[in-house]
Design a protein around this ligand. Structure first.
Ligand code: NDP
Ligand code: PYC
Length: 351
């Protein structure tokens, strides 16, 4: 048990260093049967989420990873198979394991191909997918490339004007390389919020804002459980609906993989993590920018400065601040979640 900053003993929260988050995650995943390679890849992304204060995709996700494993859906050991259909395309078959090892395997090829061709595509297939996408586009931007990533999930979201779920929560992430440590990054669900955010409201007994979901009868609801049982709503009405449709098509049929409706049907009520594909695109400004690399980078910076210069915040600014703070002070995790994670089979304890 640790003291909250300010000195009060708070038994409802547990303080963990980033290393402790990683070790606990690795321990839980390994004890529950994931191979070392998968456990490491998953633990890294979960640790990054917790470190950056992305509560819906941090340690909370360990519960779903283990639940999906225990329900016999995900392969905890399968190794990704990398193929090279063309000079600009790398395809990685995750073989029904989680997506993160497949991304790690595909990334060096994606970067290499983008730097040779100006643009390259990484298609990940047959992957169970639970993670935030910003770690992936950030990794692309670290190589001086712009990155885009998108994925379907389970059909939980009704189209604008409808009441029955069709789309997944379908995240779209983008990164642009900048001077200094942090790229420009956004990464959001094309539903009003990630489903994980509504699940966290349900777990902690909080109402959801109106506009996030409708109940099973198609009526607006602020009850998290009723919203989860009904349908979530897209952001930006028909615009979010259209973006979500694009993601279904590009990260589904385009790359020979499933839509969110197919993923949901395969799950057949087991409540596992979605199974589908992921589309990742890398673009090289040095090849596409007509030899004007410095002028182009300056123009990009002037535009981004014009946003933050008037007090509007850039996406990921909050997350980067949280990262710096977590690196200094560690992270605070709710005691109930911490205990539930430990009960998944870890011997590591605190407090
Ligand atoms: P948000 O609605 O919080 O949107 C997140 C993005 O918007 C972040 O880049 C965030 O930056 C930025 N942002 C938030 N508020 C502002 C603001 N006021 N001004 C400027 N930018 C802002 O999160 P979501 O619930 O939509 O998504 C959360 C995560 O869930 C994502 O990382 C996504 O990848 C993940 N997800 C994964 C899915 C999957 O299938 N694998 C499915 C759905 C979601 P900041 O972080 O700095 O606040
Ligand atoms: O929070 O919407 C979500 C989500 C779906 C799959 C992984 N996260």
């Amino acid at each position: 048990m640790q003291c909250k900053p300010g000195g009060n003993v708070n038994t409802d929260m547990v303080n963990l260093s980033i290393t402790e988050v990683y070790e606990l995650s690795l321990d839980v995943l390994s004890r529950n049967g994931f191979s070392t390679a998968h456990a490491k890849a998953i633990a890294q992304t979960i640790t990054a989420g917790q470190r950056d204060d992305c509560q819906s995709h941090g340690m909370y996700r360990l519960l779903a990873c283990v639940r999906t494993l225990q329900s016999g859906l995900v392969d905890p050991e399968a190794l990704p198979i990398v193929t090279h259909p063309t000079a600009a395309v790398v395809q990685v078959d995750a073989q029904r394991a989680y997506s993160l090892l497949a991304f790690q395997e595909g990334l060096p090829h994606l970067v290499d191909k983008a730097k040779r061709n100006g643009v390259a595509v990484l298609a990940i297939n047959n992957c169970f997918h639970f993670s935030a996408l910003w770690p992936e586009v950030e990794a692309i931007a670290q190589h001086g490339l712009a990155g885009l990533a998108m994925t379907p999930s389970h059909s939980w979201v009704a189209p604008a004007g409808g009441t029955r779920p069709v789309f997944g929560t379908n995240p779209l992430a983008f990164a642009w390389p900048r001077p200094g440590p942090y790229p420009y990054v956004f990464d959001f669900a094309t539903s009003m919020v990630a489903r994980g955010e509504i699940e966290l409201h349900r777990r902690t007994g909080r109402a959801i804002p109106e506009g996030w979901a409708i109940d099973a009868q198609g009526r607006p609801t602020t009850d998290a459980a009723a919203g989860l049982a009904g349908a979530m709503l897209p952001f930006g009405t028909y615009k979010g609906s259209a973006l979500s449709t694009m993601i279904e098509l590009l990260a589904g049929p385009l790359i020979g993989d499933w839509t969110s409706m197919q993923s949901q049907a395969h799950d057949a009520g087991k409540g596992g993590t979605p199974l589908h594909g992921e589309l990742v695109i890398a673009l090289d400004p040095n090849i596409l920018g007509r030899g004007l690399a410095q002028a182009n980078a300056d123009a990009a910076e002037a535009m981004l400065d014009a946003i933050s210069g008037q007090g509007a915040r850039l996406p990921s600014e909050r997350r980067f601040k949280a990262r710096a703070k977590s690196e200094q002070e560690g992270v605070w995790v709710g005691r109930a979640l911490y205990d539930e994670i430990r009960s998944l089979g870890s011997l590591k304890t605190q407090g």
